[in-house]
Design a protein around this ligand. Structure first.
Ligand code: ATP
Ligand code: MG
Length: 560
Protein backbone atom coordinates (compact mmCIF):
# COMPACT_ATOMS: atom_id res chain seq x y z
CA UNK A 1 0.00 0.00 0.00
CA UNK A 2 1.27 3.45 -0.88
CA UNK A 3 -0.27 5.22 2.08
CA UNK A 4 0.44 3.16 5.15
CA UNK A 5 -1.37 5.58 7.40
CA UNK A 6 -4.67 5.50 5.59
CA UNK A 7 -7.08 2.99 7.05
CA UNK A 8 -8.07 0.22 4.68
CA UNK A 9 -11.56 -0.22 3.35
CA UNK A 10 -13.16 -3.64 3.54
CA UNK A 11 -12.27 -4.50 -0.06
CA UNK A 12 -8.63 -3.73 0.69
CA UNK A 13 -8.88 -5.94 3.77
CA UNK A 14 -10.05 -8.79 1.55
CA UNK A 15 -7.12 -8.25 -0.82
CA UNK A 16 -4.64 -8.03 2.06
CA UNK A 17 -5.98 -11.30 3.40
CA UNK A 18 -5.61 -12.94 -0.01
CA UNK A 19 -1.99 -11.77 -0.17
CA UNK A 20 -1.35 -13.13 3.32
CA UNK A 21 -2.82 -16.44 2.21
CA UNK A 22 -0.32 -16.62 -0.60
CA UNK A 23 -1.95 -14.79 -3.51
CA UNK A 24 0.84 -13.19 -5.49
CA UNK A 25 0.56 -9.38 -5.58
CA UNK A 26 1.72 -9.44 -9.23
CA UNK A 27 -1.47 -11.23 -10.12
CA UNK A 28 -3.74 -8.55 -8.75
CA UNK A 29 -5.85 -7.07 -11.52
CA UNK A 30 -9.11 -5.11 -11.58
CA UNK A 31 -11.63 -4.01 -14.16
CA UNK A 32 -14.34 -1.41 -14.54
CA UNK A 33 -17.19 -2.97 -16.56
CA UNK A 34 -19.72 -0.45 -17.90
CA UNK A 35 -22.52 -1.47 -20.19
CA UNK A 36 -22.40 1.03 -23.07
CA UNK A 37 -26.12 1.81 -22.92
CA UNK A 38 -25.95 5.35 -21.59
CA UNK A 39 -23.63 8.00 -20.19
CA UNK A 40 -21.83 7.41 -16.92
CA UNK A 41 -23.22 8.99 -13.78
CA UNK A 42 -21.83 9.92 -10.39
CA UNK A 43 -22.53 6.37 -9.16
CA UNK A 44 -20.23 5.03 -11.84
CA UNK A 45 -17.69 7.65 -10.81
CA UNK A 46 -17.76 6.07 -7.37
CA UNK A 47 -17.03 2.66 -8.89
CA UNK A 48 -14.33 4.10 -11.18
CA UNK A 49 -12.58 5.79 -8.26
CA UNK A 50 -12.77 2.56 -6.26
CA UNK A 51 -11.42 0.26 -8.99
CA UNK A 52 -8.79 2.60 -10.39
CA UNK A 53 -7.91 3.70 -6.87
CA UNK A 54 -7.23 0.07 -5.95
CA UNK A 55 -5.15 -0.24 -9.11
CA UNK A 56 -3.00 2.69 -7.98
CA UNK A 57 -2.70 1.41 -4.40
CA UNK A 58 -1.64 -2.07 -5.47
CA UNK A 59 0.25 -0.96 -8.56
CA UNK A 60 -2.04 -3.27 -10.48
CA UNK A 61 -3.55 -2.93 -13.96
CA UNK A 62 -7.20 -1.99 -14.36
CA UNK A 63 -9.03 -2.98 -17.54
CA UNK A 64 -11.85 -1.03 -19.07
CA UNK A 65 -14.31 -3.68 -20.10
CA UNK A 66 -17.38 -2.82 -22.09
CA UNK A 67 -20.04 -5.28 -21.08
CA UNK A 68 -21.70 -5.21 -24.46
CA UNK A 69 -23.91 -8.27 -24.63
CA UNK A 70 -27.20 -6.55 -25.36
CA UNK A 71 -27.18 -5.34 -28.98
CA UNK A 72 -30.61 -3.73 -28.64
CA UNK A 73 -29.49 -0.89 -26.39
CA UNK A 74 -25.81 -0.33 -26.98
CA UNK A 75 -24.13 2.27 -29.11
CA UNK A 76 -20.71 3.57 -30.10
CA UNK A 77 -21.66 7.06 -28.84
CA UNK A 78 -21.84 5.64 -25.33
CA UNK A 79 -18.52 3.82 -25.68
CA UNK A 80 -16.85 7.10 -26.67
CA UNK A 81 -18.42 9.11 -23.88
CA UNK A 82 -17.44 6.50 -21.27
CA UNK A 83 -13.81 6.62 -22.36
CA UNK A 84 -13.81 10.41 -22.31
CA UNK A 85 -15.31 10.52 -18.82
CA UNK A 86 -12.83 8.07 -17.29
CA UNK A 87 -9.90 9.96 -18.79
CA UNK A 88 -11.32 13.23 -17.59
CA UNK A 89 -11.60 11.84 -14.05
CA UNK A 90 -7.86 11.31 -14.29
CA UNK A 91 -7.56 7.55 -14.65
CA UNK A 92 -5.82 5.33 -17.17
CA UNK A 93 -6.95 1.85 -18.02
CA UNK A 94 -4.61 -0.95 -19.00
CA UNK A 95 -6.51 -2.82 -21.72
CA UNK A 96 -9.65 -1.69 -23.50
CA UNK A 97 -11.75 -4.85 -23.67
CA UNK A 98 -15.17 -5.82 -24.91
CA UNK A 99 -17.22 -8.79 -23.78
CA UNK A 100 -18.21 -9.12 -27.42
CA UNK A 101 -14.57 -10.01 -28.21
CA UNK A 102 -15.15 -13.18 -26.20
CA UNK A 103 -18.33 -14.30 -27.96
CA UNK A 104 -16.54 -17.19 -29.68
CA UNK A 105 -14.75 -18.25 -26.49
CA UNK A 106 -17.99 -18.07 -24.54
CA UNK A 107 -19.72 -20.14 -27.19
CA UNK A 108 -16.97 -22.76 -27.04
CA UNK A 109 -17.27 -22.93 -23.27
CA UNK A 110 -21.03 -23.28 -23.57
CA UNK A 111 -20.46 -26.27 -25.86
CA UNK A 112 -18.14 -27.68 -23.19
CA UNK A 113 -20.86 -27.29 -20.57
CA UNK A 114 -23.33 -29.07 -22.84
CA UNK A 115 -20.87 -31.90 -23.38
CA UNK A 116 -20.43 -32.21 -19.62
CA UNK A 117 -24.17 -32.38 -19.09
CA UNK A 118 -24.19 -28.93 -17.46
CA UNK A 119 -26.34 -27.09 -19.98
CA UNK A 120 -29.35 -27.83 -22.17
CA UNK A 121 -31.51 -26.27 -24.83
CA UNK A 122 -34.98 -25.45 -23.59
CA UNK A 123 -37.68 -25.03 -26.22
CA UNK A 124 -40.52 -23.72 -24.11
CA UNK A 125 -41.97 -20.24 -24.13
CA UNK A 126 -40.69 -17.76 -21.59
CA UNK A 127 -44.12 -17.87 -19.87
CA UNK A 128 -43.87 -21.63 -19.39
CA UNK A 129 -40.38 -21.33 -18.01
CA UNK A 130 -41.44 -18.56 -15.64
CA UNK A 131 -44.25 -20.76 -14.29
CA UNK A 132 -41.85 -23.59 -13.57
CA UNK A 133 -39.44 -21.30 -11.76
CA UNK A 134 -41.29 -21.65 -8.43
CA UNK A 135 -41.04 -19.02 -5.72
CA UNK A 136 -38.49 -18.38 -2.99
CA UNK A 137 -40.59 -20.62 -0.73
CA UNK A 138 -41.64 -23.29 -3.23
CA UNK A 139 -39.36 -25.37 -5.39
CA UNK A 140 -39.44 -25.13 -9.17
CA UNK A 141 -40.27 -27.85 -11.67
CA UNK A 142 -37.88 -29.38 -14.15
CA UNK A 143 -38.35 -28.48 -17.78
CA UNK A 144 -39.56 -31.33 -20.00
CA UNK A 145 -36.45 -30.64 -22.13
CA UNK A 146 -34.04 -30.87 -19.23
CA UNK A 147 -32.94 -34.39 -20.08
CA UNK A 148 -32.30 -33.94 -23.76
CA UNK A 149 -29.32 -35.93 -24.94
CA UNK A 150 -25.95 -34.21 -25.30
CA UNK A 151 -26.08 -34.85 -29.07
CA UNK A 152 -29.49 -33.26 -29.47
CA UNK A 153 -28.39 -30.26 -27.34
CA UNK A 154 -25.22 -29.80 -29.38
CA UNK A 155 -27.14 -30.00 -32.62
CA UNK A 156 -29.81 -27.52 -31.53
CA UNK A 157 -27.31 -25.12 -30.03
CA UNK A 158 -25.29 -25.04 -33.23
CA UNK A 159 -28.40 -24.46 -35.29
CA UNK A 160 -29.42 -21.66 -32.92
CA UNK A 161 -26.09 -20.06 -33.68
CA UNK A 162 -26.56 -20.57 -37.39
CA UNK A 163 -29.78 -18.62 -37.39
CA UNK A 164 -32.09 -21.53 -38.14
CA UNK A 165 -34.58 -20.63 -35.41
CA UNK A 166 -36.66 -17.60 -34.68
CA UNK A 167 -36.10 -15.47 -31.59
CA UNK A 168 -37.85 -16.91 -28.54
CA UNK A 169 -38.06 -20.48 -29.81
CA UNK A 170 -35.06 -21.88 -27.94
CA UNK A 171 -32.71 -20.82 -25.17
CA UNK A 172 -29.66 -22.40 -23.60
CA UNK A 173 -29.94 -22.95 -19.85
CA UNK A 174 -27.45 -24.07 -17.24
CA UNK A 175 -28.46 -27.35 -15.63
CA UNK A 176 -28.10 -26.60 -11.94
CA UNK A 177 -30.95 -27.13 -9.50
CA UNK A 178 -34.63 -26.23 -9.84
CA UNK A 179 -35.05 -26.50 -6.08
CA UNK A 180 -32.16 -24.25 -5.08
CA UNK A 181 -33.07 -21.72 -2.39
CA UNK A 182 -31.25 -19.20 -4.62
CA UNK A 183 -33.68 -18.47 -7.46
CA UNK A 184 -30.79 -17.51 -9.71
CA UNK A 185 -29.50 -21.08 -9.50
CA UNK A 186 -32.73 -22.53 -10.90
CA UNK A 187 -31.40 -23.39 -14.34
CA UNK A 188 -30.58 -19.80 -15.39
CA UNK A 189 -30.53 -18.69 -19.01
CA UNK A 190 -27.14 -18.59 -20.69
CA UNK A 191 -28.13 -17.66 -24.25
CA UNK A 192 -31.06 -16.24 -26.14
CA UNK A 193 -31.64 -15.76 -29.86
CA UNK A 194 -31.74 -12.13 -30.97
CA UNK A 195 -31.66 -11.00 -34.58
CA UNK A 196 -30.16 -7.61 -33.82
CA UNK A 197 -27.13 -5.89 -35.23
CA UNK A 198 -24.39 -5.45 -32.64
CA UNK A 199 -22.33 -2.22 -32.53
CA UNK A 200 -19.13 -4.25 -32.87
CA UNK A 201 -19.90 -7.72 -34.18
CA UNK A 202 -22.51 -6.55 -36.67
CA UNK A 203 -24.64 -9.49 -37.80
CA UNK A 204 -22.08 -12.20 -37.01
CA UNK A 205 -24.18 -13.47 -34.14
CA UNK A 206 -27.85 -14.02 -33.57
CA UNK A 207 -27.13 -15.80 -30.32
CA UNK A 208 -26.26 -13.52 -27.39
CA UNK A 209 -24.93 -14.54 -23.97
CA UNK A 210 -26.65 -13.42 -20.76
CA UNK A 211 -24.93 -11.15 -18.23
CA UNK A 212 -24.22 -13.80 -15.58
CA UNK A 213 -22.65 -16.19 -18.05
CA UNK A 214 -20.61 -13.44 -19.66
CA UNK A 215 -19.35 -11.49 -16.73
CA UNK A 216 -17.41 -14.07 -14.73
CA UNK A 217 -16.01 -15.76 -17.82
CA UNK A 218 -14.83 -12.40 -19.17
CA UNK A 219 -13.15 -11.75 -15.82
CA UNK A 220 -11.47 -15.14 -16.20
CA UNK A 221 -10.27 -14.42 -19.76
CA UNK A 222 -8.71 -11.18 -18.54
CA UNK A 223 -7.30 -12.78 -15.37
CA UNK A 224 -9.09 -10.29 -13.14
CA UNK A 225 -8.29 -11.25 -9.56
CA UNK A 226 -10.90 -9.13 -7.80
CA UNK A 227 -14.13 -8.42 -9.62
CA UNK A 228 -15.82 -5.68 -7.65
CA UNK A 229 -19.47 -4.93 -8.21
CA UNK A 230 -22.44 -3.50 -6.37
CA UNK A 231 -24.51 -5.23 -3.71
CA UNK A 232 -27.40 -6.27 -5.91
CA UNK A 233 -25.04 -8.86 -7.39
CA UNK A 234 -24.50 -10.60 -4.07
CA UNK A 235 -27.07 -13.33 -4.87
CA UNK A 236 -25.36 -13.74 -8.25
CA UNK A 237 -22.07 -14.68 -6.62
CA UNK A 238 -23.05 -18.33 -6.27
CA UNK A 239 -23.81 -18.52 -9.98
CA UNK A 240 -20.66 -16.57 -10.85
CA UNK A 241 -18.66 -19.23 -9.02
CA UNK A 242 -20.63 -22.14 -10.47
CA UNK A 243 -19.94 -20.96 -14.03
CA UNK A 244 -16.25 -20.49 -13.29
CA UNK A 245 -15.93 -23.88 -11.59
CA UNK A 246 -17.19 -25.49 -14.80
CA UNK A 247 -14.47 -24.09 -17.02
CA UNK A 248 -11.62 -23.31 -14.64
CA UNK A 249 -8.16 -24.70 -15.32
CA UNK A 250 -5.47 -24.49 -12.63
CA UNK A 251 -3.17 -22.67 -12.07
CA UNK A 252 -4.85 -19.71 -13.75
CA UNK A 253 -6.20 -16.85 -11.68
CA UNK A 254 -9.71 -17.59 -10.53
CA UNK A 255 -11.57 -14.29 -10.22
CA UNK A 256 -13.34 -13.46 -7.03
CA UNK A 257 -16.51 -11.38 -7.00
CA UNK A 258 -16.94 -9.01 -4.07
CA UNK A 259 -19.73 -6.49 -3.54
CA UNK A 260 -19.96 -2.98 -2.12
CA UNK A 261 -22.95 -0.67 -1.61
CA UNK A 262 -23.89 1.41 -4.61
CA UNK A 263 -23.87 5.16 -4.26
CA UNK A 264 -27.31 6.70 -3.84
CA UNK A 265 -27.84 10.43 -3.66
CA UNK A 266 -30.93 12.19 -2.39
CA UNK A 267 -32.89 14.40 -4.79
CA UNK A 268 -31.38 12.39 -7.64
CA UNK A 269 -32.28 9.47 -9.88
CA UNK A 270 -29.31 7.43 -10.93
CA UNK A 271 -30.21 4.60 -13.21
CA UNK A 272 -29.25 5.04 -16.83
CA UNK A 273 -32.70 3.90 -17.87
CA UNK A 274 -34.31 6.74 -15.91
CA UNK A 275 -31.74 9.28 -17.03
CA UNK A 276 -32.46 8.22 -20.61
CA UNK A 277 -36.14 8.91 -19.95
CA UNK A 278 -35.29 12.48 -18.90
CA UNK A 279 -33.34 12.95 -22.11
CA UNK A 280 -35.93 11.30 -24.37
CA UNK A 281 -38.78 13.35 -22.89
CA UNK A 282 -36.81 16.59 -23.25
CA UNK A 283 -36.98 17.29 -19.54
CA UNK A 284 -33.30 18.15 -19.92
CA UNK A 285 -31.36 19.26 -22.97
CA UNK A 286 -29.25 16.09 -23.18
CA UNK A 287 -27.08 13.67 -21.20
CA UNK A 288 -24.72 16.54 -20.42
CA UNK A 289 -27.37 18.96 -19.21
CA UNK A 290 -25.85 20.57 -16.10
CA UNK A 291 -28.81 19.38 -14.02
CA UNK A 292 -28.02 15.74 -14.77
CA UNK A 293 -26.02 13.61 -12.30
CA UNK A 294 -23.97 12.33 -15.22
CA UNK A 295 -20.23 12.89 -15.24
CA UNK A 296 -20.64 14.90 -18.45
CA UNK A 297 -23.41 16.98 -16.86
CA UNK A 298 -21.33 17.66 -13.76
CA UNK A 299 -18.34 18.56 -15.93
CA UNK A 300 -20.43 20.98 -17.96
CA UNK A 301 -21.78 22.49 -14.76
CA UNK A 302 -18.27 23.23 -13.59
CA UNK A 303 -17.40 20.27 -11.40
CA UNK A 304 -13.73 19.31 -11.37
CA UNK A 305 -12.23 15.79 -11.43
CA UNK A 306 -10.53 16.54 -8.10
CA UNK A 307 -13.87 17.38 -6.46
CA UNK A 308 -15.52 14.21 -7.73
CA UNK A 309 -12.59 12.06 -6.61
CA UNK A 310 -12.66 13.74 -3.22
CA UNK A 311 -16.38 13.07 -2.98
CA UNK A 312 -15.92 9.37 -3.81
CA UNK A 313 -13.20 9.16 -1.22
CA UNK A 314 -15.23 10.90 1.47
CA UNK A 315 -18.24 8.67 0.85
CA UNK A 316 -16.01 5.65 1.36
CA UNK A 317 -16.75 2.02 0.57
CA UNK A 318 -19.79 0.73 2.39
CA UNK A 319 -21.13 -2.78 2.85
CA UNK A 320 -24.70 -1.68 3.32
CA UNK A 321 -26.94 0.49 1.16
CA UNK A 322 -27.23 4.09 2.25
CA UNK A 323 -28.20 7.47 0.87
CA UNK A 324 -25.71 10.29 0.64
CA UNK A 325 -26.79 13.91 0.91
CA UNK A 326 -26.15 15.68 -2.37
CA UNK A 327 -24.96 18.60 -0.21
CA UNK A 328 -21.76 16.60 0.35
CA UNK A 329 -21.05 16.63 -3.37
CA UNK A 330 -21.66 20.38 -3.39
CA UNK A 331 -19.36 20.79 -0.41
CA UNK A 332 -16.56 19.00 -2.28
CA UNK A 333 -16.78 21.20 -5.37
CA UNK A 334 -17.01 24.37 -3.28
CA UNK A 335 -13.87 23.39 -1.37
CA UNK A 336 -11.96 22.71 -4.56
CA UNK A 337 -13.07 25.85 -6.39
CA UNK A 338 -12.38 28.00 -3.36
CA UNK A 339 -8.70 27.16 -3.88
CA UNK A 340 -8.70 27.32 -7.67
CA UNK A 341 -11.29 29.72 -9.01
CA UNK A 342 -10.21 33.30 -9.76
CA UNK A 343 -12.43 35.92 -8.16
CA UNK A 344 -14.20 38.28 -10.49
CA UNK A 345 -17.05 40.76 -10.22
CA UNK A 346 -20.39 40.16 -11.88
CA UNK A 347 -23.80 41.70 -11.30
CA UNK A 348 -26.73 39.43 -11.98
CA UNK A 349 -29.70 41.58 -10.99
CA UNK A 350 -28.48 45.06 -11.86
CA UNK A 351 -29.54 48.51 -10.79
CA UNK A 352 -27.68 51.61 -11.95
CA UNK A 353 -25.53 53.53 -9.50
CA UNK A 354 -24.30 56.99 -10.48
CA UNK A 355 -21.46 58.69 -8.65
CA UNK A 356 -22.43 62.30 -9.05
CA UNK A 357 -19.08 63.79 -7.95
CA UNK A 358 -16.99 61.53 -10.22
CA UNK A 359 -16.01 63.37 -13.40
CA UNK A 360 -17.93 62.39 -16.52
CA UNK A 361 -15.81 60.56 -19.06
CA UNK A 362 -13.12 59.67 -16.51
CA UNK A 363 -12.09 56.07 -15.93
CA UNK A 364 -9.55 54.36 -13.71
CA UNK A 365 -8.17 50.86 -13.82
CA UNK A 366 -7.98 49.57 -10.28
CA UNK A 367 -6.00 46.65 -8.86
CA UNK A 368 -8.04 43.61 -7.93
CA UNK A 369 -6.66 40.50 -6.27
CA UNK A 370 -7.38 37.30 -8.21
CA UNK A 371 -7.59 34.85 -5.34
CA UNK A 372 -6.87 35.53 -1.68
CA UNK A 373 -6.64 31.71 -1.19
CA UNK A 374 -3.82 31.42 -3.72
CA UNK A 375 -0.78 33.68 -3.33
CA UNK A 376 0.42 32.87 -6.87
CA UNK A 377 -2.84 33.95 -8.47
CA UNK A 378 -1.73 37.58 -8.82
CA UNK A 379 -3.97 40.51 -9.62
CA UNK A 380 -5.74 42.16 -12.51
CA UNK A 381 -7.12 45.59 -13.37
CA UNK A 382 -10.81 46.43 -13.26
CA UNK A 383 -12.25 49.62 -14.78
CA UNK A 384 -14.07 52.11 -12.60
CA UNK A 385 -16.23 54.95 -13.88
CA UNK A 386 -19.06 57.29 -12.98
CA UNK A 387 -21.80 54.84 -13.83
CA UNK A 388 -21.88 51.37 -12.32
CA UNK A 389 -24.18 48.42 -11.80
CA UNK A 390 -24.68 46.95 -8.38
CA UNK A 391 -27.10 44.21 -7.30
CA UNK A 392 -30.62 45.45 -6.77
CA UNK A 393 -30.77 43.50 -3.47
CA UNK A 394 -27.76 45.43 -2.19
CA UNK A 395 -29.72 48.65 -1.88
CA UNK A 396 -32.68 49.69 0.25
CA UNK A 397 -33.99 53.19 0.68
CA UNK A 398 -34.49 52.48 4.35
CA UNK A 399 -33.26 49.58 6.41
CA UNK A 400 -32.48 48.69 10.00
CA UNK A 401 -28.99 48.46 11.52
CA UNK A 402 -28.57 44.82 10.54
CA UNK A 403 -28.60 45.68 6.85
CA UNK A 404 -24.88 46.07 6.08
CA UNK A 405 -25.40 46.98 2.48
CA UNK A 406 -26.29 50.34 0.97
CA UNK A 407 -29.14 52.54 2.19
CA UNK A 408 -29.94 56.22 1.75
CA UNK A 409 -27.54 58.25 3.85
CA UNK A 410 -25.39 55.17 4.46
CA UNK A 411 -21.89 54.27 3.36
CA UNK A 412 -20.35 51.14 1.88
CA UNK A 413 -17.08 50.28 0.21
CA UNK A 414 -17.12 49.32 -3.43
CA UNK A 415 -14.81 46.29 -3.64
CA UNK A 416 -11.29 47.26 -4.81
CA UNK A 417 -12.45 50.88 -5.17
CA UNK A 418 -13.89 53.71 -3.07
CA UNK A 419 -16.24 54.36 -0.20
CA UNK A 420 -19.53 55.74 -1.44
CA UNK A 421 -22.55 57.29 0.22
CA UNK A 422 -26.11 56.96 -1.15
CA UNK A 423 -27.78 60.33 -1.52
CA UNK A 424 -30.87 59.95 -3.65
CA UNK A 425 -32.86 57.69 -5.94
CA UNK A 426 -34.63 58.14 -9.28
CA UNK A 427 -37.75 56.00 -9.79
CA UNK A 428 -40.06 55.20 -12.65
CA UNK A 429 -43.83 55.77 -12.56
CA UNK A 430 -44.34 52.40 -10.78
CA UNK A 431 -41.95 53.26 -8.00
CA UNK A 432 -39.25 50.96 -9.30
CA UNK A 433 -35.77 52.33 -8.69
CA UNK A 434 -33.99 53.29 -11.92
CA UNK A 435 -30.88 54.95 -10.52
CA UNK A 436 -29.18 55.35 -7.18
CA UNK A 437 -27.24 58.57 -6.88
CA UNK A 438 -24.16 58.52 -4.68
CA UNK A 439 -21.07 60.52 -3.85
CA UNK A 440 -17.65 59.00 -3.39
CA UNK A 441 -14.73 59.88 -1.17
CA UNK A 442 -11.78 60.37 -3.56
CA UNK A 443 -9.26 59.77 -0.78
CA UNK A 444 -10.68 56.37 0.18
CA UNK A 445 -9.29 54.34 -2.74
CA UNK A 446 -8.48 50.75 -1.72
CA UNK A 447 -4.82 50.09 -1.18
CA UNK A 448 -3.82 53.75 -1.55
CA UNK A 449 -2.50 53.86 2.01
CA UNK A 450 -4.35 57.01 3.01
CA UNK A 451 -6.13 57.25 6.33
CA UNK A 452 -9.43 57.34 4.44
CA UNK A 453 -8.58 54.17 2.55
CA UNK A 454 -8.28 52.31 5.85
CA UNK A 455 -11.51 53.64 7.22
CA UNK A 456 -13.82 50.79 8.18
CA UNK A 457 -17.33 50.72 6.80
CA UNK A 458 -19.73 47.87 7.52
CA UNK A 459 -20.44 46.63 4.02
CA UNK A 460 -18.51 45.89 0.84
CA UNK A 461 -20.35 45.58 -2.45
CA UNK A 462 -19.32 44.14 -5.79
CA UNK A 463 -20.00 46.18 -8.92
CA UNK A 464 -19.18 46.56 -12.57
CA UNK A 465 -18.75 49.67 -14.70
CA UNK A 466 -21.74 49.87 -17.07
CA UNK A 467 -19.62 51.16 -19.95
CA UNK A 468 -17.01 48.40 -19.66
CA UNK A 469 -19.08 45.42 -18.48
CA UNK A 470 -19.78 42.49 -20.78
CA UNK A 471 -23.31 41.27 -21.08
CA UNK A 472 -23.63 37.55 -20.41
CA UNK A 473 -26.25 34.85 -20.32
CA UNK A 474 -26.24 33.22 -16.92
CA UNK A 475 -27.94 29.89 -16.27
CA UNK A 476 -28.98 29.32 -12.70
CA UNK A 477 -29.84 25.79 -11.63
CA UNK A 478 -31.92 24.35 -8.89
CA UNK A 479 -32.46 20.69 -8.06
CA UNK A 480 -34.08 18.71 -10.83
CA UNK A 481 -36.40 16.95 -8.37
CA UNK A 482 -38.50 18.39 -5.59
CA UNK A 483 -38.68 15.10 -3.72
CA UNK A 484 -35.87 13.71 -1.62
CA UNK A 485 -36.30 10.21 -3.05
CA UNK A 486 -38.04 10.72 -6.40
CA UNK A 487 -37.85 7.10 -7.50
CA UNK A 488 -38.97 5.49 -4.26
CA UNK A 489 -42.72 6.05 -4.63
CA UNK A 490 -44.73 2.94 -5.37
CA UNK A 491 -47.70 4.72 -6.91
CA UNK A 492 -45.90 7.59 -8.64
CA UNK A 493 -43.23 7.84 -11.27
CA UNK A 494 -40.13 9.92 -10.55
CA UNK A 495 -41.24 12.04 -13.52
CA UNK A 496 -43.99 13.50 -11.33
CA UNK A 497 -41.49 15.16 -9.00
CA UNK A 498 -39.64 17.25 -11.54
CA UNK A 499 -38.94 20.78 -10.36
CA UNK A 500 -40.47 23.13 -12.96
CA UNK A 501 -38.04 25.87 -11.91
CA UNK A 502 -34.81 23.89 -12.12
CA UNK A 503 -33.40 26.25 -14.76
CA UNK A 504 -33.55 30.03 -14.77
CA UNK A 505 -31.82 31.98 -17.52
CA UNK A 506 -30.94 35.59 -16.82
CA UNK A 507 -28.82 38.34 -18.30
CA UNK A 508 -25.97 39.52 -16.12
CA UNK A 509 -22.98 41.84 -16.44
CA UNK A 510 -19.41 40.74 -15.86
CA UNK A 511 -16.15 42.65 -15.65
CA UNK A 512 -14.24 42.97 -18.95
CA UNK A 513 -11.31 40.79 -17.82
CA UNK A 514 -13.56 37.87 -18.74
CA UNK A 515 -13.24 38.59 -22.42
CA UNK A 516 -11.65 35.61 -24.17
CA UNK A 517 -12.28 33.00 -21.49
CA UNK A 518 -12.56 29.35 -22.55
CA UNK A 519 -15.13 26.65 -22.14
CA UNK A 520 -15.06 25.13 -18.65
CA UNK A 521 -12.99 27.98 -17.18
CA UNK A 522 -14.35 28.62 -13.72
CA UNK A 523 -14.70 31.70 -11.58
CA UNK A 524 -16.01 32.87 -8.32
CA UNK A 525 -18.43 35.71 -8.92
CA UNK A 526 -17.73 37.51 -5.70
CA UNK A 527 -20.52 37.23 -3.14
CA UNK A 528 -22.62 35.19 -5.62
CA UNK A 529 -21.13 31.76 -6.12
CA UNK A 530 -19.02 29.69 -8.49
CA UNK A 531 -19.68 29.85 -12.21
CA UNK A 532 -18.11 28.41 -15.33
CA UNK A 533 -18.20 28.99 -19.05
CA UNK A 534 -20.70 26.84 -20.88
CA UNK A 535 -19.97 25.19 -24.22
CA UNK A 536 -22.69 27.38 -25.78
CA UNK A 537 -20.49 30.42 -25.18
CA UNK A 538 -19.31 32.25 -28.31
CA UNK A 539 -17.06 35.23 -29.03
CA UNK A 540 -20.16 37.40 -29.25
CA UNK A 541 -21.98 36.05 -26.24
CA UNK A 542 -20.65 34.67 -22.98
CA UNK A 543 -22.74 31.91 -21.39
CA UNK A 544 -22.16 30.95 -17.78
CA UNK A 545 -23.46 28.07 -15.66
CA UNK A 546 -23.79 28.43 -11.94
CA UNK A 547 -21.77 25.55 -10.49
CA UNK A 548 -22.59 25.98 -6.82
CA UNK A 549 -23.37 28.69 -4.31
CA UNK A 550 -20.83 30.10 -1.89
CA UNK A 551 -22.40 28.77 1.23
CA UNK A 552 -24.22 25.68 2.22
CA UNK A 553 -27.62 27.38 2.17
CA UNK A 554 -29.30 24.05 1.49
CA UNK A 555 -28.27 22.56 4.83
CA UNK A 556 -29.61 25.65 6.59
CA UNK A 557 -32.99 25.40 4.92
CA UNK A 558 -33.23 21.72 5.75
CA UNK A 559 -32.36 22.11 9.40
CA UNK A 560 -35.02 24.76 10.02
P1 ATP B 1 -27.54 1.76 -13.96
O1 ATP B 1 -28.47 1.08 -13.02
O2 ATP B 1 -27.37 3.19 -13.68
O3 ATP B 1 -27.88 1.51 -15.38
P2 ATP B 1 -25.63 -0.26 -14.05
O4 ATP B 1 -25.15 -0.94 -12.85
O5 ATP B 1 -26.57 -0.99 -14.93
O6 ATP B 1 -26.14 1.14 -13.66
P3 ATP B 1 -23.26 -0.62 -15.54
O7 ATP B 1 -22.81 0.09 -16.74
O8 ATP B 1 -23.64 -2.03 -15.64
O9 ATP B 1 -24.46 0.22 -14.95
O10 ATP B 1 -22.24 -0.40 -14.36
C1 ATP B 1 -20.84 -0.40 -14.49
C2 ATP B 1 -20.24 -0.51 -13.12
O11 ATP B 1 -20.61 0.60 -12.33
C3 ATP B 1 -20.75 -1.74 -12.40
O12 ATP B 1 -19.68 -2.38 -11.75
C4 ATP B 1 -21.74 -1.20 -11.42
O13 ATP B 1 -21.83 -2.01 -10.29
C5 ATP B 1 -21.15 0.18 -11.11
N1 ATP B 1 -22.20 1.10 -10.68
C6 ATP B 1 -23.33 1.43 -11.33
N2 ATP B 1 -24.09 2.26 -10.60
C7 ATP B 1 -23.41 2.48 -9.45
C8 ATP B 1 -23.66 3.25 -8.27
N3 ATP B 1 -24.77 3.97 -8.13
N4 ATP B 1 -22.73 3.24 -7.30
C9 ATP B 1 -21.60 2.53 -7.44
N5 ATP B 1 -21.30 1.79 -8.50
C10 ATP B 1 -22.19 1.75 -9.51
MG1 MG C 1 -26.07 -2.93 -15.71
Amino acid sequence: MSEETKSLNFIEHIIEEDIQNGFSPENIRFRFPPEPNGYLHIGHAKSICLNFGLGLNYNAPVNLRFDDTNPAKEEQEYVDSIKEDIKWLGFEWDKECYSSDYFQQLYDWAVLLIKNGKAYVDSQSSEEMAEQKGTPTTVGTNSPYRDRSVEENLDLFERMKNGEFEAGTHVLRAKIDMSSPNMLMRDPLMYRILFKEHHRTGNDWCLYPMYDWTHGESDYVEAISHSICTLEFLPHRELYEWFLDNIYEAPKVKPKQREFARLNLNYTVMSKRKLAQLVDNNVVSGWDDPRMPTISGLRRKGYTPAAIRKFADTVGVAKRDNIIDVALLEFCIREDLNKKAPRVMAVLNPVKLIITNYPEGQEEWLDAENNPEDEHAGSRKVPFSRELYIEREDFKEEANRKFFRLKLGGEVRLKNAYIIKAEDVVKDENGEILEIHCTYDPLSKSGSGTEESMRKVKGTLHWVSTKHALEAEVRLYDRLFLDEAPDSHKDKSFMEFINPDSLKVITGYVEPSLKGVKELDHFQFQRLGYFNIDKDSTKEKLVFNKTVGLRDTWAKVKNK
